[in-house]
Design a protein around this ligand. Structure first.
Ligand code: PGA
Length: 279
């Protein structure tokens, strides 16, 4: 596990965006030289929420500057509310198109999002897992967490081997999300379709962004305490390639020793941002 500590959330967003750019470029997505007629796609798992907004902005900038293309990238979003039509202003579809997809060169066919209006929700979830599998699995899953340590909508107590499914939202999450629904609790969806912890664990790599003092205890639980289904993000302690990226504020509940240790590794970790040399 790696922990990247940046001064503030802007710098943390920069780090994550540069890292994603490097990973996509190193993968060299596009026509497969070893299999004529085949295309290699980089598969990216994506979250919504306020945390990744800065990262999406940077990725859009890279694209506009001609430094990064999403032509051969497929995306899978983590979750979607049940009962909100796609074009509802608070649906995650709307969020993703407004804040990211509309500004880049991704082929809409390569964008995958759960349909919260599906008649048969279980079948929708099962089909989503199959689509991820058929795409060759997720290469990099980016996530954010809630102050209670939830990843996607895997609230406290969720199985750490869970798959994509319908989930009832915790009361705290409904209250937290009311700000997006004119503070009307009754308008906040009470269910969501979400990838499971196991679905994210299957990704080849996981990057979790954690910023702000209100998430400091969650970061402590995520990396310093044991693995627990009450803090579902802690599952990534057992992932082979997990990177937590935080700001100084989010380190407030960590041991000084932990912070010093990972800060001492920053020079090494920043080498991960070096882009592959062009042949
Ligand atoms: P936030 O939400 O990025 O808006 O803090 C994250 C989450 O609840 O998963």
């Amino acid at each position: 596990m790696r922990l990247i500590i940046e001064a503030d959330s802007d710098k943390a967003s920069d780090w994550v965006a540069k890292y994603i750019k490097t990973r996509i470029k190193s993968f060299k997505p596009g026509p497969d030289p070893d299999n004529p007629g085949k295309t290699r796609y980089f598969v990216l798992g994506l979250p919504t929420g306020s945390t990744p907004l800065g990262c999406y902005k940077r990725l859009i900038e890279f694209h506009k500057k001609g430094e990064l293309s999403f032509r051969f990238v497929k995306t899978f979003n983590m979750d979607e509310y049940v009962g909100l039509p796609r074009d509802h202003p608070e649906s995650y579809h709307t969020y993703m198109w407004t804040n990211f997809f509309r500004h880049i060169d991704i082929n809409p066919e390569n964008v995958h999002m759960l349909d919260g209006m599906a008649k048969d929700k279980d079948a929708e979830c099962e089909a989503y897992e199959k689509k991820i599998k058929d795409a060759g699995g997720v290469d990099l899953f980016l996530g954010g967490i809630g102050p209670d340590g939830h990843i996607a909508f895997n609230e406290p107590g969720s199985s750490l081997v869970s798959r994509t499914r319908v989930k009832t939202l915790a009361k705290d999450t409904i209250i937290a999300n009311a700000r997006f629904f004119d503070n009307k609790i009754k308008d906040v969806p009470t269910e969501a379709l979400t990838v499971g912890v196991g679905t994210v664990m299957d990704a080849k790599e996981v990057v979790v962004m954690i910023t702000g003092a209100h998430k400091a205890y969650a970061l402590h639980k995520a990396i310093e305490d044991g693995v627990s289904h009450m803090w579902t993000v802690s599952a990534f302690q057992q992932h082979r390639r997990a990177t937590f990226v935080c700001d100084e504020d989010a380190t407030l509940e960590l041991r000084v020793k932990t912070v010093k240790y990972f800060k001492g590794l920053m020079e090494l970790h920043n080498k991960l941002l070096e882009e592959p040399k062009v042949d």
